[in-house]
Write a protein that binds this ligand. Structure first.
Ligand SMILES: C[S@@+](CC[C@H](N)C(=O)[O-])C[C@H]1O[C@@H](n2cnc3c(N)ncnc32)[C@H](O)[C@@H]1O
Length: 291
């Protein structure tokens, strides 16, 4: 948690001078690193890695040991999975070399010791091409699979994941929807030193092409415009469930997020549900188990 200004408000002049010299300079579009800002805005990998392991344990009765993170980006989730248990292994797959390199420098080298690094494998590849090593669980998060624009391509991806799982292994894939999500809109969230913007730029109801972007704005007014752009097809839950079944997955179901009564926003608690709610915006996960 960032210290509030109240805790810094009454130093002596001498102390104020000392703290001034150690104070980090304010972030600007020129000095900030977009991957750092993305991780601060979009991810909570330490907590999420534990939540996902708990879901897996509740569902299968087994501890989650071997894990694959598709579209891993900077692989920060994989790093935390490795740190959670001395037998945990992780495979991260991403096709973008510079993003993987950033992850090695800033996450792998910062979070893992030499022994832990041996339990992490980063694969620079299209996720459509990776089927080994076999793992207990594959996760495709932050809607990245929506780069696949045709049923044929997405079906191929889901079948590739099926082949990559050990018997009894589980695939988790997140999804989003609701009327708010298909409106042109920009959401602004304040963080320490910057504002995170999520722009829903366009949605085509005919082919479900969905273009979004992430921007960052700083205290000096400078902006990192289009730090990340996503050109996706928004897939629906019925389509995803059908593709899971076609790929051979068993017990295909949806984990639906509950609603915080006061704020009417998601409460972070996902439960298996057969009937969803008519929420303005929702996030859920499709789950399938390999027979
Ligand atoms: C939205 S980021 C996801 C980062 C991180 N996994 C997260 O949950 O926030 C999408 C990532 O998917 C990668 N990507 C896009 N298409 C891919 C493909 N076909 N195979 C592997 N990686 C892909 C991009 O390089 C990018 O790093």
């Amino acid at each position: 948690m960032a210290p509030s200004t109240a805790t810094q408000a009454s130093p002596t002049k001498k102390k104020a001078k000392a703290s001034k010299s150690t104070k980090k300079p304010a972030l600007t579009a020129k000095t900030a690193d977009k991957h750092v800002l993305y991780q601060l805005s979009v991810q909570a990998p330490e907590q999420d890695s534990k939540t996902y392991a708990r879901w897996f344990k509740t569902y299968t009765g087994r501890a989650l040991r071997s894990f694959r993170e598709d579209f891993c980006g900077t692989a920060v989730l994989s790093c935390h999975h490795i740190r959670n248990h001395r037998e945990n292994t992780a495979v991260g797959v991403d096709l973008d070399r510079p993003t993987l390199d950033w992850g090695i420098k800033n996450n792998v080298n910062a979070l893992l010791n030499e022994e832990q690094k041996k339990r992490l494998q980063l694969i620079e590849s299209d996720v459509l091409k990776v089927t080994s090593p076999l793992v207990d669980c594959v996760m495709a998060l932050n809607f990245s699979y929506q780069v696949f624009k045709t049923r044929k391509e997405l079906g191929k991806y889901i079948k590739t994941v099926y082949k990559s799982l050990k018997p009894g292994g589980v695939f988790y894939m997140d999804a989003l929807g609701g009327p708010d999500v298909i409106q042109a809109n920009t959401d602004r969230t304040r963080h320490k030193g910057f504002i995170y913007e999520w722009e829903q730029r366009s949605f085509d109801p005919i082919n479900h092409r969905f273009v979004c972007a992430i921007h960052f704005e700083f205290k000096d007014g400078s902006r990192m415009q289009d730090a990340f752009i996503y050109d996706w097809r928004m897939w629906t839950l019925p389509e995803l469930r059908e593709l899971f079944v076609e790929a051979g997955f068993d017990d295909v179901h949806v984990l639906w997020e509950g609603t915080e009564k006061k704020t009417l926003t998601g409460n972070g608690i996902f439960r298996r549900k057969e009937v969803g709610d008519m929420d303005e915006a929702w996030i859920s996960l499709v789950v399938g188990r390999k027979k």
